[in-house]
Design a protein around this ligand. Structure first.
Ligand SMILES: O=c1[nH]c(=O)n([C@H]2C[C@H](O)[C@@H](COP(=O)(O)O)O2)cc1CO
Length: 217
């Protein structure tokens, strides 16, 4: 009779007659299974603590939602853009595209995209969301901050972002991806070492934001 030592796997006959290795494999498998089951039991009892990446994702959703909420305030009838600057988890600046302060009334008819005369379109006058967010900042500076913006920054905004010390750009839409301005913007951000990446907001969050109407009766 073979006496099994405590903790030793039971002896079984392997498929190819290699008893020793098959015995070890079975032993390892059953041990692994016990570990998995134990960890499942543990995670059921534990209060779940979101992982760092999950928490970061939740923060990203939150700050991008703030950028979207501000985009809704833009008077531009065709493209509403919002931006939110974040410093170590705190919002330090928000903005949306609008005419310069004090010019809103005077330029009200200039929210056009097309006209033979460019001076009769919005483009030479409008202040972009990023510019407003940077100018409205509440902290001393925005060095090392992240900017959440609903549209990929144009080359002029890329310059502002770089010069202000912002180090990271998260954006929702990149609808002008094929334009030269956009190419210049990517080039600028890359050269300056400012990271930029798209962020996808789930449709449910967008729907929720669309449904918020604080002035509804
Ligand atoms: O980075 C940006 N930030 C920003 O606020 N804007 C604004 C300027 C205009 O009001 C609007 C773009 O208008 P349109 O898509 O009709 O060309 O978006 C546009 C960009 C990128 O072009």
């Amino acid at each position: 009779m073979v006496r099994l030592q405590h903790n030793m796997p039971p002896k079984t006959r392997g498929q190819h007659g290699n008893e020793e290795s098959s015995r070890n494999i079975n032993y390892i498998r059953s041990k692994k299974l016990r570990c998995v089951m134990a960890s499942k039991r543990k995670s059921k009892d534990d209060i779940s603590v979101p992982s760092l990446t999950h928490r970061q994702y939740e923060d990203d959703v939150y700050f991008m939602s703030v950028a979207l909420m501000f985009a809704k305030k833009s008077p531009d009838p065709s493209t509403k853009v919002g931006a939110c600057i974040v410093n170590e988890g705190k919002i330090v600046g928000v903005g949306f595209n609008m005419m310069p302060n004090g010019c809103e009334e005077a330029f009200i008819k200039l929210w056009k995209r097309d006209d033979e005369d460019r001076l009769k379109t919005k483009y030479p006058y409008v202040c972009h969301a990023e510019l407003n967010a940077i100018m409205n900042k509440t902290s001393v500076d925005v060095k090392g901050c992240t900017i959440y913006v609903t549209l990929f920054p144009c080359n002029e905004c890329a310059k502002l972002i770089i010069q202000s010390g912002i180090r990271k750009v998260l954006y929702l839409s990149n609808k002008y991806a094929d334009t030269e301005d956009n190419e210049a913007s990517v080039e600028l951000l890359n050269r300056a070492g400012v990271t930029h990446r798209p962020f996808t907001l789930k449709q449910e969050v967008r729907d929720l934001l669309d449904s918020i109407n604080p002035f509804a009766e």
